[in-house]
Write a protein that binds this ligand. Structure first.
Ligand SMILES: [Zn+2]
Length: 473
């Protein structure tokens, strides 16, 4: 099982942070902070997951939070990213006082009587404190990555494609591998927005690991934003916001330029594209770069997400040999509101796995964790049902785009291996391959879709060695 688009460091960080998801009261949150404050002198205590939507009518102030942690700065991010809750020490470090003005698109909540900041920061005001949180060290990154990797093998994954890799992450991976603490195989997409990193790697060329422990031969670019926040670049205005078409974040010329240079040096390019305009732009840039690079054989350029496609662009993936790297769970998470954004016509080209597969294109599947669950069986279930885990909507959402179980399994195995040029060594269990495989408690080909959700991983093997074994019940 290979997850072709992941954020392992973020997963690990979310596991390291104080998890306040589901915490009902201010007191409960503070009790958890207090435990942490006892452990780490003067270090920042970072948490996330209190529900700023649910708490909006009764936001806490920071008096009790500051009393619980007078020495450690505390920064607790909200579940949806719209608010943060900081203690007095954190506000002091950021220099936020009664006199501090609200930033553009942000608000510092203040006590009605005294005018003192309460510690609740809305929208862009969060950055006033967040920017003072010290940058991660290699040691912290290693700790997070090791934790994240443990979660992956527990969920049956043997390889992942990490979708935005920095120098710090490379350093941390290499140390973990040297210390034999990285059970997963890693395929790295270097951060294509980091110019020094890009130039360095274009100069030195790809690092293709014959052992498949860590391969560095791809760059990640972002062509646009996300559909939910209306940042995805569309050809026509949003159905529910006619004044906007979203935003292109990397212009076509820049996508073309990096692709052209990457093809000359033997790198793959993987570009995030959600909206139909972003997808068309990237297809155009890739097409031109491919046409001008006669030396490029087997380029396997990728579009990450390929979420909303104009019907005329769907056949271009297969025709140009471009990989559509798609996420089944994005569909079932977005289905409650996606049609509002796109309207009844455009929605037909959204999350259109079946249409893309029908043209003969390669479609690896992935989770994009930690935004979504990393459990690949949830992805397989979403791919074959287009339903949420409780079975809604009946029959599936736009069911004509459901894929077969076989195609779903291929998406998480051999197609994902193809997307990293490794289908000769992994993606199937056969003689001469790497012996990466997962033992599960049910025959996935003989259970109902619903039962796929409760499949349990018993053992995970990488290179024939068990890297995870479930404890006997
Ligand atoms: Zn991603």
């Amino acid at each position: 099982m290979i997850d072709a688009h992941t954020h392992l460091l973020s997963l690990g960080q979310s596991l390291l942070k104080l998890n306040l998801k589901g915490v009902a009261t201010e007191q409960e949150a503070i009790a958890r902070v207090k435990q942490k404050a006892a452990a780490a002198a003067n270090e920042w205590i970072l948490g996330w997951g209190w529900d700023e939507g649910e708490w909006a009518s009764h936001y806490p102030n920071n008096a009790a939070l500051s009393a619980a942690s007078p020495q450690n700065p505390v920064y607790l991010a909200g579940l949806h990213g719209f608010a943060a809750w900081a203690n007095k020490r954190a506000l002091d470090i950021a220099g936020i006082t009664k006199e501090t003005k609200d930033p553009e698109n942000g608000k510092i909540l203040r006590d009605e009587k005294t005018g003192e900041p309460t510690g609740i920061l809305l929208n862009r005001a969060q950055e006033l404190v967040a920017k003072h949180i010290p940058p991660m060290t290699v040691a912290q990154a290693k700790k997070a990555l090791a934790l994240g990797a443990e979660e992956c093998v527990k969920n049956g994954l043997t390889s992942i494609h990490e979708a935005q890799v920095t120098q710090l992450m490379l350093d941390a991976y290499r140390e973990l591998i040297r210390e034999k603490r990285m059970p997963l195989r890693l395929y790295a997409m270097l951060d294509g927005a980091d110019n020094p990193l890009v130039e360095e790697w274009l100069k030195r060329g790809p690092e293709i690991d014959a052992q498949h422990q860590l391969t560095i031969r791809a760059f990640k670019l972002f062509a646009d934003g996300a559909l939910g926040s209306r940042g995805a670049a569309l050809l026509e205005p949003y159905n529910d916001a006619p004044q906007t078409k979203g935003v292109v974040t990397t212009p076509e010329a820049a996508v073309y330029d990096l692709t052209r240079r990457s093809l000359q040096r033997g790198f793959q390019v993987c570009t995030h594209a959600i909206g139909d305009a972003a997808n068309r732009m990237v297809l155009d840039a890739y097409e031109r770069a491919l046409r001008e690079s006669s030396e490029a054989r087997d380029a396997r350029l990728r579009i990450e997400h390929a979420q909303v496609l104009s019907p005329q662009d769907i056949p271009r993936f297969a025709k140009l040999g471009i990989i559509a790297s798609m996420q089944p769970v994005h569909c079932t998470s977005d289905m409650p509101w996606a049609e509002k954004r796109l309207g009844p016509e455009r929605i037909k080209g959204a999350y259109a796995w079946r249409s893309v597969l029908a043209t003969g294109a390669h479609v690896p599947f992935s989770s994009d964790f930690p935004g979504e669950t990393l459990n690949p069986f949830y992805g397989i279930y979403a791919a074959i049902t287009r339903q949420d885990p409780s079975g809604n909507p009946p029959g599936g959402w736009h069911p004509e785009q459901k894929v077969s179980l076989d195609d779903a399994l291929r998406g998480y195995t051999v197609e994902a291996a193809y997307a990293e040029f490794a289908e000769k060594d992994k993606g199937t269990i056969e003689n001469g391959k790497l012996a990466d495989f997962t033992v599960i408690d049910k025959d996935i080909t003989r259970v109902t879709p619903k039962e796929i959700l409760s499949i349990t991983v018993l053992k995970t093997f990488v290179a024939g060695k068990a890297v995870y074994e479930a404890r006997p019940q």
